[in-house]
Design a protein around this ligand. Structure first.
Ligand code: IMP
Length: 197
């Protein structure tokens, strides 16, 4: 069975990833489980660049198929901010309660039709022979007027989806995975992996 390392330290993401990639002919390991520790600066201009950079850095340290993702929130009214800076917006150590409130304040008085936003996720796969594949997944939504919900993480409490008329922090993990940017990117990359392993 092939070894597949997912280059993330985020346990929340690993749970989603294992659920969606279940059924692949491979053993999915986190970096920690694979005994790899690599510090990677996410300084690319695009989600794709960052995902490839992370996957390549980990692939250098492991003889395995390596997957890595980069994701974030794009708010159209704010020229797609926070974008690739989503995790670092207002500082890496600032709580999401504060980040989310700051974004709501910046959108104060903006009507719903101009509050469109999306979560984006790029996933890169680096194969042991050096081949690189990247897939992008998105989920469209809008920024609500107030935070709601306790599920998920990050910007979920302010990101609302039309289909459910609630925030992604109010969805169950199954509901979110079925629609999410990461779910869509993982399903796309899973299709490519199934052809190769
Ligand atoms: P990454 O871990 O470098 O991909 O950083 C992604 C950042 O984007 C996270 O720290 C969150 O702020 C945000 N983000 C990405 N995906 C989600 C999501 O599904 N819900 C809420 N926030 C997300």
């Amino acid at each position: 069975m092939a070894k597949i390392i997912f280059a993330t330290g985020n346990e929340h993401k690993m749970t989603e990833i294992r659920e969606i990639l279940a059924g692949l002919n491979g053993e999915i390991l986190s970096m920690k489980e694979a005994g790899i520790s690599v510090d990677i600066e996410e300084d690319g201009a695009t989600f794709e660049e960052n995902a490839v950079k992370k996957a390549k850095a980990v692939a250098e340290a492991a003889e395995a198929l390596v997957l890595a993702d980069d994701s974030g929130l794009e708010i159209d009214y704010l020229n797609k901010e926070p974008g690739v800076y989503s995790a670092r917006y207002m500082g890496e150590n600032t709580s999401y309660e504060i980040k989310n409130q700051a974004l709501l304040d910046r959108l104060s008085g903006v009507p719903k039709e101009e509050r469109t936003a999306r979560f984006v996720c790029a996933i890169a796969a680096v194969f042991p022979d050096g081949e690189v594949i990247v897939k992008r997944g998105t989920i469209e939504g809008y920024i609500g007027d107030k935070p709601a919900g306790k599920n998920g993480f990050g910007y979920d409490p302010i990101f609302y989806v039309e289909e459910y008329q609630c925030s992604t922090a109010e969805l169950t993990m199954e509901q979110k995975n079925a629609l999410s940017h990461r779910g869509n990117a993982l399903r796309a990359i899973k299709g490519e992996l199934e052809k190769r392993i």
